[in-house]
Design a protein around this ligand. Sequence first.
Ligand SMILES: NC(=O)c1ccc[n+]([C@@H]2O[C@H](COP(=O)([O-])OP(=O)(O)OC[C@H]3O[C@@H](n4cnc5c(N)ncnc54)[C@H](OP(=O)(O)O)[C@@H]3O)[C@@H](O)[C@H]2O)c1
Length: 296
Amino acid sequence: MADVGFIGLGAMGAPMAWNLDDAGFDLLVYNRSDDREDPFESAGIETGASPRDVAERVDVVCLIVSNGAAVEAVLEQDDGLLAGLDEGTTVVQMSTIGYDETMAAAEMVSEAGGTFVDAPVSGTVGPAREGTLVGLASGEESAVEDVWPMLEAMCEPVVNCGETGQGTNMKLFINLLLGDAMGAFAEALVFGRKNGLDLDTMQTVVDNGALDCPLFAGKGELIADGDYEPRFPVDYQFKDLSLALDRAGDVGAPLSQTAAARESFSAARAQGHGSEDMTAVIKHLAETADVSLAEE
Ligand SMILES: NC(=O)c1ccc[n+]([C@@H]2O[C@H](COP(=O)([O-])OP(=O)(O)OC[C@H]3O[C@@H](n4cnc5c(N)ncnc54)[C@H](OP(=O)(O)O)[C@@H]3O)[C@@H](O)[C@H]2O)c1
């Protein structure tokens, strides 16, 4: 019997699954589209026929797919995870989904007799490859402890956020800060370009002051290079800002900056940049201001 099942071999899931393999866990993988399973199959790693098949063959199933609807589909579809769960199965839900979606998934898993761990991750494709994602685990103490070694194979550090749902709240907290910061950085760069400043000089000023950070350094370099290959796409940043705003409305936290940032990402999507990296939020701002990002 494999030690752990892994569902969702996308940009994040594939490197995370490889890290579990590298750490010595015996893996069973599944992806909706078969082609993403091929490299694993070629390496001699077992593949499942469906989420149900995975759940029937392992005690712990990690899951990282696009959004709440995808998590619901994996759980509830014919041949879904729920159909294969038994009392010994733990589902580790690592996708970024809304608070209500997390709580609904937790309830479904527990009604089907399984155990649920809410464990989204902070970090992008690079940290996923390096095993340095920040794991945001929450749930029943003993369940979180049981899967901790698996989380440590993919994340450094793993943070225990508390009861079920708090991992999701922590993920929404960090991603609203990320989206707000990216939106503000893009606006500032466009302001500078409109005033005749060049990107390199603005970056030097950012990198040598209190705002020096990996986000502005890394994304600034990509914008200067015109590299919008998706690491964390506009569509996902828009999703996460929307999820944060939903939750903020439910609990009564004012998020005016986040609401404005969400609209910038919304405009970028409307202009066809949804599948590009989140840095592409700057494209629609530059177009609106009628400035080029390259030096003239
Ligand atoms: N990219 C990042 O930097 C990053 C960082 C932290 C967290 N996240 C979060 O992690 C999750 C995955 O992100 P990603 O970048 O890996 O996404 P991705 O590359 O777009 O991969 C999405 C995965 O979800 C699967 N999927 C989508 N809908 C499905 C459905 N209805 N049933 C079954 N599988 C389905 C896809 O399967 P197919 O191959 O069949 O389409 C694919 O395996 C998202 O919630 C995202 O917000 C992303």
